[in-house]
Ligand binder design. Structure first.
Ligand code: SAM
Length: 274
């Protein structure tokens, strides 16, 4: 029986959001419907639980692990395909997104699926939920792509209980360096500087990337240890609405994306050496 899920609007005034969050929210309000129309079929396959542009099944990668009874937060849940799949596996899910239109899509899909869990309208840079209230925090090309990691990684560390899992997928650093920021086209050469990577502006949105050593430093300083890092190769002959033929060819030579699995330890550690 379809239920009527709750949505808490906790973002406050959008004036309080950072300029990049406001810009990305406007972009996602425009993109929400065409994005779902294009990607829905892939996103809902494998019960909604597939990672990245080729939708690699969680049942094989096991980045989240068993979720039954666990408190799980998805940061940038979109239309909620992942969260619906996890709720069906017995997780106690909360979906968070900054875009009202995306949350409306999630409400529709939840009603169709007959599941109910809280939805929160907020930016992942300032999550209006209590500390240590989750066992798992994750996203699949979600808020970690669109938010400043110097704000979101400490937020995730605050939200997780010690021993909790933080998993996310994002662009690889190589892709960020080779993708033309005006046209989106991939090239086989490094176009941009590696040192100083942080905020990356595209015509309509702003995304974030760090040099790999800087990601590792940020994780350590916020009490995370890396349990897994996956750089998937695009499978031979893969067909996905996320990739043009040119991008698939690129992704056979270099990793387009990266998947991280981290675990929250009891305390932060300072890097040794330089
Ligand atoms: C590429 S979608 C990923 C969601 C889902 N995995 C999917 O493929 O539909 C990115 C999502 O991040 C959300 N997002 C962008 N900026 C955000 C922010 N600051 N806080 C929370 N969510 C954000 C967008 O609204 C969008 O729903």
């Amino acid at each position: 029986m379809p239920t009527s899920p709750r949505t808490r609007r906790r973002s406050g005034s959008s004036a309080k959001m950072s300029p990049h969050v406001r810009r990305n929210r406007r972009a996602w309000e425009r993109w929400a419907d065409p994005y779902e129309a294009k990607h829905r079929k892939l996103l809902r396959s494998d019960s909604g639980m597939g990672w990245g542009v080729c939708h690699l099944p969680e049942s094989e990668l096991r980045l989240l692990g068993p979720v039954r009874g666990k408190r799980v937060l998805e940061l940038g849940c979109g239309a909620g395909w992942w969260s619906i799949g996890l709720a069906r596996k017995g997780a106690r899910v909360t979906g968070l997104d900054v875009s009202p239109r995306r949350l409306a899509q999630a409400r529709e899909e939840m009603a169709r699926a007959g599941v109910d869990f809280p939805l929160v309208e907020a930016s992942a840079e300032a999550v209006p939920l209590p500390s240590r209230s989750f066992d798992v925090v994750f996203c699949d090309w979600g808020a970690l792509t669109f938010c400043d990691p110097y704000r979101t990684v400490p937020e995730v560390a605050r939200l997780l209980r010690p021993g909790g899992v933080f998993a996310f997928s994002n662009s690889s650093v190589l892709r960020t360096l080779c993708q033309d920021r005006r046209t989106d086209r991939m090239s086989p050469r490094l176009r941009y500087d590696y040192f100083g990577l942080h905020q990356v502006a595209f015509p309509e949105e702003v995304v974030f990337q760090l040099p790999t050593s800087e990601w590792l430093r940020l994780f350590r300083e916020n009490g995370f240890v890396v349990e897994n890092m996956v750089e998937p190769r695009v499978p031979e002959g893969a067909r996905t609405p996320y990739l043009t033929r040119r991008e698939s060819t690129w992704g056979r030579r270099w990793p387009l994306e990266v998947l991280w699995k981290l675990r929250k330890t009891r305390k932060a550690s300072r890097p040794s050496g330089i």
